[in-house]
Write a protein that binds this ligand. Structure first.
Ligand SMILES: [Zn+2]
Ligand SMILES: [Zn+2]
Length: 345
């Protein structure tokens, strides 16, 4: 089969690989229909993710058809259409029993990291019963690719951890795919204001179309001043960090109101300062999280009932044979206006 293989920092190639086989009784082999590229894949390519060794097939998102299942798999059968979750969950360890699947001692984020991933014609999915989700009949499978990772990540790490409330003021720092996923799902809770902050006018225009009440281009260095002026000097109830660099975390610290929450989503590669000398008396909460994908079944219902339409995040489509072009397009998002690219296997 064809597969996109990480070959070390800055290097990848589309290779011919053997089709995966059942290795544990709880495995399933899934024929991939559609997959996508995540910002995390770009981090791996930069060499930022030491757990991912050269030779690994990348990708942790996708929709496909079950080809074969191991003898212990009971909830899925050959021919079933499924969403592959970015998090593999054994369902039995202490963390899984607490709904913290991201820290599953037998799984967690392993696909396209420590085991071969979904940017291929087939993938072996560990713990299939507790890591795959049935695609409802008639669903838009392309839209459901967004349920593997990006939509639950924006919702769990940004909106739920950020305690977004009806009537609240929310700021989302970073209007990339993850920030936009937080923007889409924050609207479940009817906040009064959602302020979107980014450096890219195209992404801010998209944010306005997706429901942001105010967009701020931070290029002039006055984003904090603008937010404070808009909120009568109070700041925002929820500040969602959706970039993963020190400057955006600092912006969140500068705009959070007393009693507010800073919900970090971004993957940070370097240390970021925490200004406790200013924040120690402000009753704020700072949260961090790796997506658990515990909300995937709920989000699936909201997609089915058109309360949220993650299909809007998809800007480009490629065939698996052209996945290197897909990486190029996704990697140069400022020039190509790419959000999510869908790859058909
Ligand atoms: Zn991801
Ligand atoms: Zn577990």
């Amino acid at each position: 089969m064809k597969a996109l293989v990480y070959q070390g920092p800055g290097k990848m190639a589309l290779e011919d690989r053997p089709t995966p086989e059942i290795a544990a009784p709880t495995d399933a082999i899934v024929r991939i229909l559609k997959t996508t590229i995540c910002g995390t894949d770009l981090h791996i390519l930069k060499g930022d993710v030491p757990t991912c060794a050269p030779g690994r097939i990348l990708g942790h998102e996708g929709v496909g058809v079950v080809e074969t299942v191991g003898p212990a798999v009971t909830a899925f059968h050959p021919g079933d259409h499924v969403i592959v979750s970015c998090i593999s969950s054994c369902g039995k360890c202490d963390y899984c029993r607490r709904g913290m699947y991201s820290h599953c001692v037998n799984g967690g984020w392993i696909l396209g990291n420590t085991v071969d991933g979904t940017q291929a014609e087939f993938v072996r999915t560990p713990f299939a019963d507790t890591s795959l989700y049935h695609v409802p009949a008639g669903a838009d499978e392309e839209a459901l690719v967004m349920l593997s990772d990006i939509l639950p990540t924006g919702f769990e790490c940004g909106v739920l951890n950020g305690k977004v409330q009806p009537g609240a003021t929310v700021a989302i720092v970073g209007s990339g795919p993850i920030g936009l996923a937080a923007l889409l799902t924050a609207q479940f809770y009817s906040p009064a204001e959602i302020i979107m902050i980014d450096f890219d006018d195209n992404r801010l225009q998209i944010a306005a179309r997706f429901g942001a009440t105010t967009t701020i281009n931070a290029t002039d260095g006055k984003a904090v001043e603008t937010v404070m002026a808009m909120t009568g000097g109070r700041g925002v109830d929820t500040a969602i960090e959706a970039v993963g660099v020190p400057a955006s975390f600092l912006t969140c610290q500068d705009i959070v109101a007393p009693g507010g929450v800073i919900a970090n989503i971004g993957v940070h590669g370097v240390k970021a300062d925490l200004h406790l000398e200013r924040l120690w008396d402000r009753n704020i909460t700072i949260t961090t999280r790796l997506v658990d994908t515990v909300t995937t079944p709920m989000l699936l219902k909201t997609v089915q009932s058109h309360k949220v339409d993650p299909q809007r995040l998809i800007t480009h489509r490629f065939k698996l044979a052209d996945i290197l072009d897909a990486y190029d397009t996704f990697g140069r998002a400022a020039a190509t206006n790419a959000l999510k690219v869908v790859i058909e296997a």
